[in-house]
Design a protein around this ligand. Structure first.
Ligand SMILES: [Zn+2]
Length: 932
């Protein structure tokens, strides 16, 4: 559903990765996993599943709302459900979490042509949200019964069932709307029902509501909307033209405006938004119409409803929801305003719309039988949101972005020991909600993509056509993975797309049923053409010698110097732990690369010699022989292996050296900085602020002219008094970077702000900003102020702030701080004694130790440790830190130093921050590589 900005995804992936290393060991791997055969079978004593002894045929639902814009959030409901008895029984079990009135429940039995009341009682099971109806006489198989409910419900504040949202009209008038969100288990909050995806039924819905609302929307078109007594409005919707699961039912009561377009097939597309945004709905209409056309053509199935509404909700907790015939979006993901919407946002909107339209086929038409296989819906639509958006907007290069946005991101998480398989059986509502995770979406999409390219796009789509059209033989329109495998197998057999005796269910099943994913270790014999492949599960804490039981059927594709190719059809399938083959189409002294275009959901580790051959080709050969996806994969795999200490840093650095040739980092940073600018935009999504901050910091630290000059310009505006200040979100970044190249004037200005402020946090802020100035003379004056100035408030530890801000400045500040400590030993110690702060010396020395990155600095630092008589514990710590830092640097000091100096001039150098920096920049870099 929702599609987050790739930057955020990659950044958080990085953060998560760092966390994982300290994660507790897993619990889930030891538990027996329930596979598809068990889908319909309850697992625990307390089953949350409905029995299969009855099924709903049609719902007639009337809902009556109060003045919800005046905070009356109650509604009353009346529902009549026609139910077929599938087995002789005395009980009917439904879901319900509305307030039922006992007297309002009646039941009839079809005897001949009359309906008669049947004696019954009901009970509620609050834990399972069950409504269990017990009848005095046995209901017999093949009969239909009708149950009538009258009940009360509430419009919630959470986005579950009915919810109320609002927006500001003309900047002064608060207007309200009511909409729904049912997936996965919230329909029971608006009506007693069979609230499981397999129980599809027809619906006839009507709603009554008060002025000022003039119309309501639902899955079907309105049959009529008319004013009734007391000036109340009633809308009756046509009976749904097809069966639907409860989670796809939707309602909205709004004062939105609309914009329509009818396709050549006669499907009416309408976009709804609040009045001031209606001119920005054209993009959503256009994209949805094009997407539907492409899907219809690819699957040779026509969309079966007569209308498709898209509603832009000002309040919604996800990107979109694919309700049948009426898709709800958060308006940020649907509206497009040229010249205001950024290119990034346009991509999100396009991909979200294409994703939701995909659900018309995967999910709506063919519904996962139970939530454990929700990947049959979300995995396909996550895949197609890239694949089909690429076809509509080729310049977005979405298909290439898949590997870095979806696949690599989920690989980080899927290497956790607590990851789950694609199919994962659970029952309770809270466990079901947890199934809408990266495994259901991105991992499943990655596996689907792997099979599409392994079988060929043509064969795969042929299989999908069979799969979707099998609906005719499956009147309930629900699917389990076996349906998919059978259909794909038919296409495979027809096209001979797999080697003889290869069963698709077995191949695909190895990815669906097992948690995690493999890495393939490729060892070459450089005397002859033998290559040994070994597979093992990849976890984020690879331990040498640990071999997991899991085995996958891995499609092996490769390219080599002798035979460069972008071909994604596997050369062979690897099913065993280890195999050795002779490949005489590979030259002995040149690179060999596996997993072309990263279409396979696995990592590849090579022997050192081959990594060096790849690195050499990237740096000194023609790196375009590797597709953008492959380049991104090589760096991602290498970064992960390096982080897990199974790849030497020397090789890793060799590999990334080519990035410098591209000057890619600077260009990348510039692109991001220019896209987001230094100025806050009104009403922008929150993550924009987040990214802007990162962009400002990085671009300025890379000394990009545009960043330095723009932040300086803004800083000057503040200095000259032509603007009051900066928004809280960006103040730190703008002050620090605006002052970076500053001198005397800038220092005096900030010092004045500092001395004239009486707010402790502001004063600390100004001091830290001054510490950003990259000017030796100024910094010297700054640190000396702790001994010489009367302005410093030492009750607020401002002397310490100044010392820290100085040494954290970067190479210049570090030099200045060391010099100060050496030359001003006596007065400095006097100050600390006076303040009773001698103990702070330890933290200062620890802080400096982290930043020591040359032998010269290290020597000066060790001399200071002696002079200051640092205690043994601290001494051990700082010695260890500097030793590790220097050892790390010694391995590749020239490369790394040059790299850092040229591109970042990182202020606070330490091994860990440098590695993180690398990771983050690579994350960003991937996207850039994609686009070039
Ligand atoms: Zn979805």
């Amino acid at each position: 559903m929702s599609k987050l900005l790739f930057l955020v995804i990659l950044l958080s992936a990085n953060a998560q990765r760092l966390q994982y290393s300290s994660d507790n060991r897993s619990i889930r791997d030891g538990i027996e996993i329930n596979y598809l055969d068990d889908v319909a079978e309850p697992q625990s004593e307390l089953s949350y599943r409905l029995p299969n002894n009855t099924r709903p045929e049609i719902y007639f639902i009337n809902l009556d709302f109060g003045d919800f814009h005046l905070d009356d959030l109650d509604f009353s409901g009346n529902a009549l459900i026609s139910i077929e008895i599938l087995e002789d029984t005395n009980t009917i079990t439904l879901h319900s979490s509305v307030e039922l009135l006992e007297t309002s429940l009646t039941m009839f039995n079809d005897i001949g042509s009359t309906w008669e009341e049947i004696e019954h009682r009901y009970e509620l099971d609050l834990t399972r949200e069950f409504l269990i109806i017990t009848t005095a006489e046995t209901l017999t198989r093949g009969n239909f019964v009708r149950i009538n409910f009258t009940y009360h419900g509430t419009i919630g504040t959470e986005i579950k069932g009915f919810f109320r949202g609002s927006y500001l009209h003309n900047e002064n008038e608060r207007r309200y709307f009511v909409a729904t969100h049912m997936q996965p288990t919230f329909f029971r909050r608006i009506c007693p029902s069979y609230d499981e995806p397999q129980f599809k039924a027809f619906y006839t819905i009507s709603v009554i509501y008060n002025p000022p609302y003039e119309f309501a929307l639902s899955n079907s078109p309105a049959e009529f909307t008319k004013i009734e007594i007391n000036n109340r409005t009633r809308t009756l919707f046509e009976q749904t033209s097809t069966i639907m699961p409860t989670y796809l039912i939707a309602l909205a009561i709004t004062d939105f405006e609309s914009n329509s377009n009818t396709t050549s097939n006669g499907v009416k597309f309408t976009a709804y938004s609040r009045p001031e945004q209606i001119q920005n709905t054209e993009f959503a209409l256009d994209t949805a119409i094009k997407a539907l056309g492409l899907y219809e053509k690819a699957f040779e199935i026509e969309y079966e409803l007569e209308k498709l509404d898209q509603v832009a909700l000002p309040v919604f907790n996800r990107g979109g929801m694919e309700n049948y015939g009426i898709v709800f979006y958060h308006e940020d993901y649907m509206l497009y305003e040229p010249s205001v919407t950024t290119a990034f946002d346009k991509e999100f909107a396009a991909a979200t719309i294409v994703h939701e339209i995909c659900h018309k086929f995967f999910g709506n038409l063919l519904t996962p039988q139970w939530w454990s296989v929700v990947w049959l819906s979300e995995g396909f639509c996550r895949f197609y949101e890239y694949y089909m958006t690429e076809k509509i907007y080729p310049t977005m290069r979405m298909e290439e972005l898949f590997a870095v946005e979806a696949a690599q991101n989920i690989m980080y998480r899927d290497s956790s020991l607590t990851t789950r398989p694609m199919t994962w059986y659970v029952e309770s509502p809270s466990a079901v909600a947890g199934l809408f995770d990266g495994i259901a979406y991105s991992k499943s999409a990655s596996v689907i993509r792997m099979f599409l390219y392994s079988l060929s796009e043509e064969t795969f789509h042929k299989g999908l056509k069979i799969y979707l059209s099998k609906l005719t033989s499956n009147p309930q329109g629900v699917a389990v993975p076996e349906h998919l495998y059978d259909a794909l197998q038919m296409a495979v057999d027809e096209d001979e797309a797999l080697p003889e005796n290869y069963k698709l269910a077995e191949l695909f099943g190895s990815w669906e049923k097992q948690a995690g994913y493999p890495y393939v270790y490729v060892e070459r014999s450089y005397n002859d053409y033998r290559i040994r492949f070994t597979q093992n599960r990849f976890t984020d804490d690879v331990v040498d010698g640990v071999v997991w039981d899991s085995l996958w059927h891995i499609p092996i594709t490769y390219t080599s110097k002798a035979n460069p190719t972008f071909e994604t059809k596997p050369k062979f399938w690897m099913s065993q732990r280890q195999m050795e083959i002779t490949l005489d189409d590979v030259k002995l002294n040149s690179y060999f690369m596996v997993n072309v275009q990263q279409t396979g959901y696995y990592r590849v580790q090579y022997d050192e010699a081959n990594w060096m051959l790849i690195a050499n080709e990237l740096s000194h050969g023609d790196f375009s022989v590797f597709s953008p996806n492959s380049r991104a994969m090589l760096i991602d795999d290498a970064a992960v292996f390096f982080e897990n200490k199974i790849l030497k840093v020397r090789i890793f650095l060799e590999l990334i050296k080519y990035l410098e040739h591209d000057r890619f980092l600077r260009v990348l940073l510039e692109r991001i900085f220019n896209a987001f600018g230094a100025e806050e935009v009104e009403n922008e999504p929150h993550y924009h602020k987040h990214i802007r901050n990162i962009a400002i910091n990085w671009a300025c630290q890379a000394h990009l002219d545009s960043c330095i000059s723009e932040t300086r310009f803004k800083f000057n505006d503040v200095k000259e008094g032509t603007r009051i200040g900066f928004s809280n979100d960006h103040e730190t970044a703008l002050f620090c970077n605006g002052i970076l190249k500053g001198g005397e004037t800038e220092f005096n200005f900030m010092w004045n702000l500092y001395t004239n402020s009486f707010v402790a946090t502001r004063r600390t802020f100004y001091l830290n900003s001054i510490g950003c100035i990259e000017n030796e003379e100024i910094l010297t004056r700054f640190i000396h102020s702790i001994l010489e100035s009367n302005d410093i408030d030492n009750s607020n530890e401002e002397w310490l702030t100044i010392v820290q801000a100085t040494y954290a400045n970067g190479p210049i500040g570090l030099r200045v701080a060391l010099q100060f400590l050496r030359e001003k030993y006596d007065p400095f110690i006097d100050l600390l004694v006076r303040l009773d702060r001698l103990s702070s010396l330890n933290s200062i020395f620890r802080g400096i130790a982290n930043r020591i990155n040359t032998e010269t600095l290290s020597r000066q630092f060790r001399e200071l440790l002696v002079i200051y008589e640092i205690d043994d514990a601290t001494l051990n710590d700082v010695n260890e830190t500097t030793t590790v830092n220097l050892a790390w640097l010694a391995t590749y000091s020239d490369d790394i130093q040059e790299f850092l100096d040229d591109f970042f001039r990182i202020r606070s150098f330490s091994t860990t921050t440098t590695i993180s920096y690398f990771m983050i920049i690579f994350g960003l870099g991937f996207n850039w590589i994609m686009q070039n």
